[in-house]
Write a protein that binds this ligand. Structure first.
Ligand SMILES: Nc1ncnc2c1ncn2[C@@H]1O[C@H](COP(=O)(O)OP(=O)(O)OP(=O)(O)O)[C@@H](O)[C@H]1O
Ligand SMILES: [Mg+2]
Length: 504
């Protein structure tokens, strides 16, 4: 199509092995100046590994890179930065104990001529950047107090402030909802106009269709195709990713007996965050929570789990009032919570898959005061098979697993605590289209075995396909309840925003 297009980046036969296991095999393609190139593939296909090679974080085992017509070796991140390459990583790279602006300028501090840090300029620039992203966020806030969406925006700001010519974004939208995604896309389009080249990784094929000029597909470390986006639809992309025909089917919804509430939440309030939250959850029900980022869904889950202190309100389990002062009380009462922030509150990156899965359910694996390693491994094996967790080695620490596979381990870990109520906050974050179905089936399987599930999700399709009932939250309150055929996009958007419109 674009005959005059000049490549800014050319990859020739890039191969990467980790302890002799090949995760990328002779991948060659090029990216044109000023284009947005989508990069897709199943969990573990090699997307992050490839872009880490381009940004100097990993070295290829074999192969060469040309950047702006020159053969380049990118031994580290600093060299990449000098070339004008910046990356928004899949897993956050932020320091919790530093403020937003300190994180944004970490390693790129602005100094006065005297050498002293120019905090004012850094604060102002960081504020301006966040404003441009439509984020009302104080730059002096500590990163540990941010939501995942806010952390994501900090990562994006950090990359944008480098004024890179080549921007790599590894699943930047997994933690964002509609409004923030639109803002991000607006900025990406503007950067493109300014001649910035972008690699965009996402599991949401609709986004790829919307924002990309071309799309590259990886499968099992091999390059499958590079297509002009107008020549492929979502079906085609999914087929290329998994190598066969595919349709996202939700298991049929099971009827629920709305007689027996297992959980009743009555008038819970947290000043400034939640106002008079009341709802109930029934045995074997899959209950959804919809709403925009910041509407209070995660805070509601955290209040129930004893992570946040409630000012007023009561919680009943099986009709009995219970007091939950901390997460330990909650787990004892039969509650489980898969947090949206797997990195911040979830898994331990330096532990292996079995160690992570048994982490909370540890009691189960203790025999004669020793951890029964064999039982631990057997249990892990069942989840590895059930969720098709792929990793080079079962004993490798989790940081060596792909993002989607980390999420699956995290889910296994909570199921292992045998909760009677499981709250799942963005359960399919970063999960590929194919593996999503495994997780949906699994949630159904939990409901079938009388585990009641609450699913918090920003993906409307997921809530619509999965849930028996749905509560919609808006600005810290529950703005409505939907069931049956009322669970549709239009009604959800109306309750979430108060605006009657077709969602974009
Ligand atoms: N440092 C490492 N050591 C060992 N194996 C690794 C390392 N980094 C990645 N791998 C392996 O390489 C393979 C590709 O991983 P990668 O993170 O590139 O996948 P991905 O396509 O980004 O997947 P996802 O969609 O889940 O993020 C996986 O099998 C992963 O376990
Ligand atoms: Mg990845």
């Amino acid at each position: 199509m674009e005959h005059s297009a000049t490549p800014i980046l050319e990859l020739h036969n890039i191969t990467k092995e980790f302890s002799s296991i090949r995760v990328l095999n002779r991948v060659s393609f090029s990216i044109n100046t000023g284009e947005i190139m989508g990069l897709i593939g199943e969990n573990g296909a090699g997307k992050s590994t490839l872009i880490k090679i381009i940004s100097g974080i990993y070295q290829p085992t074999e192969g060469t890179i040309h950047f702006q017509g020159q053969h380049v070796v990118i031994p580290d991140y600093i060299t990449a930065k000098k070339l004008g390459i910046a990356i928004v990583p899949q897993e956050f790279n932020l320091i919790n104990t530093l403020s937003v602006y300190e994180n944004i300028f970490l390693g790129n501090e602005i100094r006065l001529s005297s050498g002293i840090l120019d905090k004012k300029t850094m604060r102002d620039l960081a504020s301006k950047q966040l404003e441009e992203l439509n984020m009302s966020l104080s730059v002096s806030k500590l990163v540990k107090d941010l939501s995942v969406a806010e952390k994501q925006m900090v990562e994006i700001s950090k990359a944008l402030l480098l004024n890179a010519r080549f921007l790599i974004m590894d699943e930047p939208t997994t933690t964002l909802t509609g409004r923030e995604i639109s803002t991000l896309f607006r900025i990406m389009r503007r950067l493109k106009q300014q001649g910035v080249t972008i690699i965009f990784v996402s599991h949401k094929l609709q986004e790829i269709q919307e924002i990309c000029d071309r799309v590259t597909v990886l499968r099992d470390g091999e390059l499958i195709s590079v297509d002009d986006i107008h020549n492929v639809n979502e079906q085609d992309m999914a087929r290329k990713m998994i190598g066969r025909d595919f349709q996202q089917v939700f298991p049929p919804k099971r009827p629920v007996n709305f007689i027996d509430p297992v959980l009743q939440v009555k008038h819970i309030s947290i000043p400034g965050l939640l106002h008079n939250i009341s709802f109930e959850l029934y045995r074997g029900e899959i209950l959804g929570f919809a709403g925009l980022v910041g509407s209070g869904r995660t805070e509601t889950a955290e209040a129930i789990m004893g992570i946040r202190k409630i000012q007023s309100g009561e919680i009943y389990i099986n009709g009995k009032p219970i007091v939950i002062r901390n997460p330990k009380d909650a787990v004892k009462a039969g509650l489980g919570y898969l947090s949206e922030d797997r990195q911040g509150k979830g898994i331990v990156m330096d532990f292996s898959i079995p160690q992570n899965i048994s982490l909370i359910a540890l009691q189960k694996f203790i025999k004669y005061a020793l951890i029964d390693k064999q039982a631990e491994r057997r249990t892990a094996e069942t989840y590895i098979q059930r969720f098709k967790i792929s990793s080079a080695s079962k004993t490798a620490p989790l940081k060596f697993l792909s993002g989607g596979n980390q999420q699956k381990v995290y889910l296994g870990r909570w199921v292992e605590t045998s909760p009677s109520i499981l709250i799942l906050d963005e359960p399919t974050r970063g999960i590929d289209v194919n593996a999503k179905r495994e997780i949906y089936e699994f949630i159904h399987h939990l409901a079938e075995s009388n585990i009641s599930c609450i699913v918090i999700s920003s993906e409307m399709e997921e809530l619509i396909g999965l849930c028996n009932r749905l509560y919609v939250m808006k600005e810290g309150t529950i703005s409505g309840e939907l069931s049956g055929e009322h669970i549709n996009e239009e009604e959800i958007m109306f309750l979430a925003t108060g605006i009657k419109e077709r969602s974009a």
